[in-house]
Design a protein around this ligand. Sequence first.
Ligand SMILES: [Zn+2]
Ligand SMILES: [Zn+2]
Length: 301
Amino acid sequence: MDRADFRVTLLGTGTPIPVSDRFGPSTLVEAGDQKLLIDAGRGASIRLHQLAVPIGRLDALFLTHYHSDHTVGIPDLWLTGWLQSYFGTRTAPLCVIGPEGAKILMTHLERAYALDVSIRIEDEKLPPRGAAISVEEFSADGVVYDRNGVRVIAFEVDHGDAIKPAYGYRIEYDGRAVVISGDTRFNQNVIKYGAGADLLIHEVAIAPPALLAEPFIQRIMAHHTTATEAGRVFAQARPKLAAYTHLVFLASAQIPPATVDDLVAETRRTYDGPLVAGEDLMQFAIGEEVTLRRFAGVESK
Ligand SMILES: [Zn+2]
Ligand SMILES: [Zn+2]
C-alpha cells in the first residue's frame, strides 16, 4: 500500500536563536492532496523551497501561539507565495487558522505591507485575490479544519500563565494521526490528544544542572517541558514514534549547552519507546509504520 500520502517534515526545529542549522519553529504536514503548515518561524519559506514545495501552494497555515519565533516567517510565506509561478503564485487568499489573536496579527501585517501589495498589483499585474488573507479564530478545543478527509483538531496546552492562548494540533488522515504539542509545559491535554498517535512531536528544553539555580533559566524552563517530563508524556500517550522539535538548549557565557545525547539520556529515565531528536528537514512517512528519512536535497547539515 502506498503510504507516501501522509508525510510530515520538520522545517524548523529551533528557537528564537538565529542559527542556520535550526530554523524557527515550523512543521509541514502533507496529507492526500493537501499541504498544511503548523507555525511559520524564521526561514520556513527557505525550507519549503529546499523541498521544492511551491510556497504559494499551502492550503492552510495553523498557528499555535503568538510568540514571534513562531510567526516571523508569515510575511515571507504570504507575500513570496504570491510571486511568480516558480513560487506558486497563490491566486486564492492565504488561509490562516489560529487561536484568538490571529485576526489582529494578520490585519496589521496587511496594513504593514499595503504599499508592496498595491505596487505589485499595479506593476506586475499579480492577482489581487492572492494577496488577500482569510483568518479563522477559535477559542476552545475542537475540530478547526475538515476538508477532503483531513481533520485538524486544536487542543489547549499550557505555555505558562502569561502566554495565552497556546494550542497544539492533532492532524488526522485516513485512520492515522500526527500530533504536535506546540509550546507547552508538561500538560495532560497533550497526553489526551496524543494518545495512540502514529507520530507525536513534542517541544523540549534542557539546561545544564549548574544553571538550574539561575532565575533567567528558571523563567524559561517554567514555560517548557523537560526531557523527563516529555518522556512521561510519551510513555502515557504511547505513539508509534515520538520526536522532539523546538529543542531549547539553555546555556550561559560560562556554561555550555547540553547535547542531543544528554536530551535522549534524560528522556530514557521515563520512556523506553521509539524516539527521535528532530533536525531541520527530517521527514516522517506515516504508514503502517512511521519511517524516517533525511531530506536528500538539504544544502547544509
Ligand atoms: Zn512560545
Ligand atoms: Zn517557541
